[in-house]
Structures are given as C-alpha cells and as structure tokens.
Design a protein around this ligand. Structure first.
Ligand code: 5CA
Ligand code: ZN
Length: 412
C-alpha cells in the first residue's frame, strides 16, 4: 500500500559519530554497524482506532534512527507493516456494525496524515498484512514442510509453530517460562489451548471460522494468518534474511518479536534475525499504558484539530528518552509548544555560538542511544545564548534550524 508523503531533509556539514542503541537481546547498548544500506523493520499499527501519542512516540523514536543513519551517509531501507487483518480489528468492526475493510482503510488513512504532520520520514515499503497473505501462507507451508509447524487435531484447521524447532528460543526477550506464559495470555496468545505441543507455541494460520474473512492457504486450507508470521514474512521478503534493526514498542518484546525472530530464523537458517531488537517505552496517561483496549487515549488527530502545532507535540514526546515509560500530560504538551516558540525565535537571531559545535553536540547526544533530552538541552542552551546576544557565528542560526530539522525532525 502507499505510505505517506515525505519531505526534503537538509544535509549537514561534518561527520556523524557511530550510532549506539540498546539491544533487548544482549541487554546492553551496542554500536549499530550497518553496511552501505541500513535495514530496519518497525511494527506498525493495527488500524482499528486513531493514532495515539503512544504510536506517535514509537514512530518518532525510529524516525530518529532513520535520520541518524542518513546523516551518517547510509541508504536506509525501512519497512513498516499495517496489521490490517487481526482479531481486534474484526471485534471493533463487529461492535460498531462496520465493515472491517472500511474501518482499516479509514484509520490507516488517518495514521498517514498524522505521520506526515509529525514529519516522520515515510518507510520505503509500507505493507499490509492482507496484501501479503499469499507470501505468508507460503512461509507457513514451508514451516510445516520443515517439521517446525503442525496442525491441531481438533478439526479447526489451525496451524501452530513448534517452538522446540527454534534453537535460540528465548534469546530475544530473556524471559523465564512463567513470564512468557503470562505475557502470552495477555498479548494475543493462547497458552491454555488444548492440543498444542507446547503452551507457548504461537498460531501461524487460523482455519476458516463462520463469519470471519478467509483466504486460500493452498495445502493449509482456507483461513487467515497469525500475527508473528505476518511481520517475519514482510521483513524477510523486502529486507533479506537478516536486518539491522527490528523495532516497535516494549509491548512487542514478547511474544511478538521473539516469535517473529524464531519464525524467520527457522525459515532462513540465518541468525540472529536482527542485529538489534529495539523497543520504545510505553506512553501512558494517568498512570496507565495508553492503549486502544483501555480506551485512555490522546489522539494526534485530536490535538491537530485543536490547533496544537505537531512540531510542539514532537518536541513534547522527545523531551523523554525513548526507552523510558512516560506520561503524556498537558504540561508535557505546553513545554513542547514553549520550546518550539523559543527555538523559532532563536533561529531568527542575527548570530549565536558556533553552529558546527551545536551540530556535533546534538549528533553526539542522539548517537548515544537516542538521548533526545540531552540533544534538546544542547539546543536550549544554544538558543538562550543566541537570544542573549552571545556568540558571533552569523551562519549559526540557519545551521541550527537545519540541524534541528535533519536530526530531530522538527521544522522551525
Ligand atoms: N500491529 C501491531 C504490530 S505488528 C501493533 O502492535 N499495533 S498497535 O497499533 O497496537 O501498535 C503500533 C505500534 O505502536 C507498535 O510498535 C506498538 O508497540 C506501539 N505502541 C502501542 N501502544 C503504545 C504506547 N502506549 N506507547 C508507545 N508505543 C506504543
Ligand atoms: Zn509486528
């Protein structure tokens, strides 16, 4: 499907430092070492409701990765999916008496608008689950042929992945079996289901059910794909057997990314599937994770309709480090808007402290596991100095605006 419209990103003078990111698998901050082309897969929305500030924060975090790679001279091959068929989408459509296809199209269209407003560089490939079904079914058949998947013998036609076939099972999330079982039950899995070889085995193909949409699965029979194989297939088909960064929110650490990696590694024999598994913290409201199922949401589109500058929203979300669980509050929003106004003022100053120094310091902060709060503090200090008449670099205000645009995605 189509992504959203991009924008020009200014080129900055000077050299970029090596990006270091926290890898959930190794549980440490490690340098990212892509080739000429850097590859990234980020788990996108399930489009049954509007984009909330949590989605926005996660997309902004990976947009920083994209920007830093570009700044370092890499070509970036970035893929993002849309889970445009899954249980929550069907449940919401049924609740509202709406066609699930129409619901998915509408919310995906709104997401695109929100991403564009927030100046997220679009992925090179924006891919829906539905359009990928023939490829997903092919991968499920391959897993069956390899003896890594099996059909339940209860007449449903449901096919499961055998986690015993994944030699590295558990390396991505580093969780105990008990923790995996709990999270599996909370996040779309079915550890209680009878007939599985292992309670943690994830669904690969759901056999046809009365009243549910179905697709031809060839030897699998009619049905629809499971969730983890969707992302494994889309990533493998567009980016190759291994990728530099697998990204998403921390709610995807287990089971989603563990299972996607296990599927991919059994299919290709190449491991690890991703050099870095990168997880953004959860944005909350009033002490709870913002989530569609809880309904405690602040929508990007609502803020836009209320006249809040999306660049202020972006600065509000960047005021916390991406891995930190944090709250969206009115204070965060106001601080973002105030900072935006101050930076705009400063970018119109006749001169300021060294522009090259500013660029280097912002790059350094962001290369250190995307320390956006440190980058914002660098720009704040430069802005206050420029506004108080300090510094005589007359090229600096323009360079400051370009650096903030290129590296932080904030257009002044
Ligand atoms: N379609 C799947 C991924 S394949 C999914 O998780 N969809 S989603 O709509 O629930 O979330 C979309 C992206 O936003 C995911 O990367 C998810 O981890 C992230 N996300 C969801 N809620 C939050 C939140 N409250 N804070 C930060 N990120 C979030
Ligand atoms: Zn995913």
């Amino acid at each position: 499907m189509d992504a959203w419209t991009g924008h020009d990103v200014p080129n900055l003078p000077g050299d970029a430092p090596t990006l270091k990111l926290y890898d959930s698998a190794r549980r440490s901050v490690q340098p990212v070492t892509p080739g000429e082309t850097a590859t990234m897969y980020v788990c996108g929305i399930t489009p049954y409701d509007a984009t909330h500030l949590g989605h926005a924060a996660t997309m902004i975090a990976f947009d920083l990765v994209n920007r830093l790679w570009r700044d370092a001279g890499h070509r970036v091959d970035y893929v993002q999916n849309v889970t445009d068929i899954d249980d929550p989408l069907l449940e919401r459509a049924a609740r509202d008496g709406e066609d699930w296809v129409v619901l998915a199209m509408r919310e995906t269209a709104l997401f695109r608008e929100d991403m564009e407003a927030l100046r997220i560089i679009p992925p090179a490939h924006y891919v829906g689950a539905v359009e990928s079904i023939p490829a997903i079914a092919g991968h499920v058949r391959d897993l069956v042929a390899k003896g890594a998947a099996y059909r339940l013998e209860d007449g449903t036609g449901d096919v499961y992945f055998d986690i015993a076939a994944a030699p590295r099972w558990g390396y991505e999330s580093n969780l105990s079996r008990d923790e995996m079982t709990t999270l599996s039950a909370e996040r779309g899995g079915d550890p209680e289901r009878a007939g599985k070889r292992d309670p943690l085995d994830p669904l690969l193909w759901r056999g046809a059910r009365e009243g549910e949409p179905v697709w031809d699965g060839g030897d699998l029979g009619p049905g629809r794909p499971g969730w983890h194989i969707e992302c494994a297939t889309i990533a493998l088909n567009l980016l190759g057997d291994t990728i530099d960064v697998q990204g998403g929110g921390s709610d995807l650490l287990y089971p989603h990314h563990e299972c996607s990696a296990a599927h991919a590694e059994v299919l290709t024999g190449a491991a690890p599937f991703a050099s870095h598994y990168v997880h953004a913290g959860m944005i909350g409201l009033d002490g709870e994770k913002m989530s569609k199922s809880k309904g405690n949401l602040v929508f990007v589109s609502r803020l836009r309709a209320d006249g809040v500058d999306p660049m202020g929203v972006r600065l509000g979300l960047l005021s916390g480090q991406y891995r930190t669980d944090r709250e969206w509050t009115d204070e965060v929003r106001k601080a973002g808007e105030q900072r935006l106004a101050r930076w705009r003022e400063a970018s119109a100053a006749p001169s300021g402290p060294s522009g090259a120094g500013l660029v280097a310091a912002v790059r350094e902060a962001l290369a250190s596991d995307l320390d956006a709060p440190a980058a914002l503090a660098v720009v704040d200090a430069w802005a206050e100095a420029a506004l108080s008449g300090a510094g005589d670099d007359t090229t600096a205000p323009k360079l400051m605006a370009e650096a903030v645009d290129a590296l932080l995605g904030v257009r002044l």
